[in-house]
Design a protein around this ligand. Structure first.
Ligand code: MSP
Length: 665
């Protein structure tokens, strides 16, 4: 019998910024679901990718002094590199700048147009570049209601999609398929948005060059969301010919689009309407998860409250991060990210509970049975205690499966921890170390340790989609062949059941998988790595002078005088300077900028000593959003040249004495 298919997608990530914990979260959840569904017997295909067109990307590239394609190439490579470092697997990766994607976007457009849903019209109003969205309900100050950023006025002739005619069809679809939008709260939101009436949607842009051209419409490129959503189909062969389209025919419609809550409208309203118009089947489910907030706000580069995954990976390993993110957040709701909670969960759930269960069980098997799993002896069963773990183990398998089938990760993990805690308690009350001292209790000792080892096997198999690397290691330490990935959570022959652990198996080499860590030291280390990474990126992100760039390249990266005027630079004088504890590259300065004295943290400690800077007149960018570095607020930025291959910072100063506070123009 062929396996049933399960096609799932993450959103494709904008390349205007480098990945942070929020993006990593969506990918970790997708990777976990893919692994879980494979254990449930599905043939899984997971698609991810990068969203590379649009005004936002064009602007970010310009700010970095790069062409949009070069810029997109770098960030797309960053994403792939990060997923590889973190061991996140995907089956298909789609970049929207690939020719196969352009072809697919044009194909779906032609189908929609042929069906009569495209017309030419004029848009006059506000536009939010950050959300790539026309804003009809700007705040009184003219800001975007979604993200709060200022909008800009635009007037353009565009091609419109007749979204308005799909209102009833969409509502009927939501009614008929309650599982189409999850969780329920998002479904209600979307339904009331659609009931409020839908306006036709402009799907082309004439002001923009960085996009996919509309076929036969010179000067127009596709609206970035029309372009981006199609990636879910182009990445598996839609728009291709012959055999190349076979995968599309096999996999579409998608079984699950995993998205964050802020993009649910694009996925649950626009996307199904485009598909209906083109006469194509709709995805089966859109699941919108909540946000990781840090310091009470959604993480964003401009707020400077970003948590990066690499430093956590370096200190705790990816599995601990995966576990924390899935256990801590109730899937669908927002959750606060804190290093304290991360380390608490690491030490208590992983080191103390799971890690301890593994190490004490294996160590006793090593010590009392020479490293060979003993055979249980039914005549020594002690129902009062043994029954608890049989019940907990069967309950864990059933409840975990039920919860994960419904994307209730946190609750599913609770059931596994109930089993872990039950077995740890069992080892306390049955005290095998005492049994080992009495030769007549040897059979009972064998039963107790077999029960513990069998529970450990079940726990490890269930946790494998969440912590693939750590569970592989514990599996091998249990002496089991292959990997827990091959255990099946369906009705096949490999089905996970109590009682399958074969006695006489020789266990492997025992090594701690989650060593206990000093909480404060670990947090300090993570934050130090974070500050170093930030300093390195800031240096790398400085626009570099182009050597021998063509006139066209230079033209493309030029900005207007108005753009330049947005950056306010002033002469500042350094009043005090000190090193930031634990961060080799950072100095904390107090800088007089005329109107006030600012605290600024700068990554220049390897070039300048604090003493060298006292009284120095330097250039300060004063209107940047404040951000925190190693927990220290930085309110401004020093201007420095980035010199040599390693980007050594050299501060800009003045040839003659200048007044503090004077503006640079
Ligand atoms: N490019 C669009 C998606 C197009 S899909 C056809 C986009 N990209 S994004 O890079 O901005 O976001 C990608 C995903 O990361 C979204 O699902 C978003 O919700 C998620 N996250 C970004 N920041 C987040 C948090 N702070 N917390 C949790 N997830 C968030 O939108």
């Amino acid at each position: 019998m062929p396996k049933p298919k399960f096609y799932l997608t993450t959103p494709i990530y904008y390349v205007n910024a480098r990945p942070h914990i929020g993006h990593t979260y969506t990918t970790i959840v997708a990777d976990t679901i893919a692994r879980y569904k494979r254990m449930r017997g599905f043939e899984v295909v997971l698609l991810t990718g990068t969203d590379e067109h649009g005004q936002k990307v064009e602007q970010s590239a310009r700010a970095a002094g790069k062409g949009p394609q070069e810029f997109a190439d770098e960030v797309a490579a960053d994403y792939r590199q990060l997923w590889q470092t973190l061991g996140l697997d995907y089956d298909r990766f789609l970049r929207t700048t690939e020719p196969r994607h352009a072809k697919a976007v044009q194909t779906i457009f032609q189908a929609v147009e042929k069906a009569g849903y495209i017309h030419k019209g004029k848009y006059e109003g506000q536009y939010c570049v950050f959300d790539e969205l026309y804003v009809t309900d700007a705040t009184p100050e003219g800001n975007c209601p979604e993200c709060g950023r200022p909008t800009q006025r635009v007037e353009e002739e565009n091609y419109f999609f007749q979204l308005s005619v799909f209102q009833d069809k969409l509502l009927a679809h939501y009614e008929k398929h309650p599982e189409f939008i999850r969780p329920e709260s998002r479904r209600n939101e979307v339904m009331s948005f659609v009931r409020g009436g839908l306006r036709d949607l402009s799907i082309s842009r004439s002001r923009l060059r960085w996009g996919i051209p509309l076929p036969g419409r010179e000067g127009h490129v596709f609206y970035v969301w029309f372009d981006a959503l199609t990636s879910y189909m182009s990445g598996i062969g839609y728009g291709a010919e012959g055999a190349a389209a076979e995968e599309y025919r096999r996999l579409w419609p998608a079984d699950l689009h995993l998205v964050g809550k802020e993009i649910v409208r694009f996925h649950a309203v626009y996307w199904p309407a485009f598909l209906m118009a083109a006469g194509l089947p709709l995805p089966k489910m859109i699941f919108a998860h909540g946000w990781w907030v840090f310091e009470q706000q959604k993480m964003s580069k401009s707020r400077g409250n970003i948590v990066r995954p690499q430093p956590i990976h370096q200190v705790l390993g990816t599995d601990a991060l995966r576990y924390f993110l899935l256990r801590e957040m109730v899937f669908g709701q927002d959750s606060n990210f804190s290093y304290d909670a991360l380390l608490t969960r690491y030490n208590s759930d992983l080191a103390n509970d799971y890690g301890n269960l593994a190490s004490r069980t294996l160590t006793m098997i090593e010590r009392y049975f020479n490293g060979v799993i003993p055979a249980p002896d039914a005549s020594t069963d002690d129902l009062e205690h043994d029954k608890d773990i049989w019940i907990a183990a069967n309950g864990a398998i059933d409840h975990f499966t039920r919860c994960f089938d419904n994307y209730m990760f946190s609750r599913g993990l609770d059931f596994v921890w109930h089993l872990i805690n039950t077995v740890n308690r069992y080892l306390v009350v049955t005290h095998p170390w005492k049994l080992a001292k009495d030769e007549s209790k040897r059979a009972r000792l064998a039963t107790v340790l077999w029960n513990a080892a069998e529970s450990l096997r079940i726990v490890t198999a269930l946790l494998s989609p969440v912590m693939p690397a750590a569970t592989d290691r514990i599996w091998r330490q249990l002496g089991l062949a292959g990997s827990p990935k091959s255990v099946r959570l369906d009705d096949s022959r490999n089905k996970l059941d109590w009682g399958q652990l074969a006695p006489s198996t020789r266990i492997g080499k025992i090594e701690p998988v989650f060593p206990r860590l000093d909480k404060n030291q670990a947090i300090k280390k993570i934050q130090q790595l974070e500050a170093e990474e930030f300093a390195a990126q800031t240096a790398a992100a400085q626009p570099t002078a182009r050597k021998g760039g063509s006139v066209a390249e230079v033209e493309q990266t030029r900005i207007s005088i108005e753009d330049f005027a947005k950056v306010e630079m002033r002469v500042g004088e350094v009043k005090s300077a000190e090193r930031v504890a634990g961060a080799n590259k950072l100095l904390k300065l107090l800088v007089d900028i005329g109107s006030e004295t600012r605290q600024i943290v700068a990554g220049i400690a390897e070039t300048y000593s604090p003493e060298q800077l006292l009284g120095k007149k330097i250039v300060v960018v004063v209107n940047l959003q404040p951000r925190k570095l190693r927990g220290v607020e930085s309110n401004g930025m020093l201007v420095a040249a980035s010199v040599g291959a390693e980007g050594r910072p050299v501060l800009a100063t003045f040839a003659e004495d200048v007044e503090v506070g004077a503006r640079l123009k």
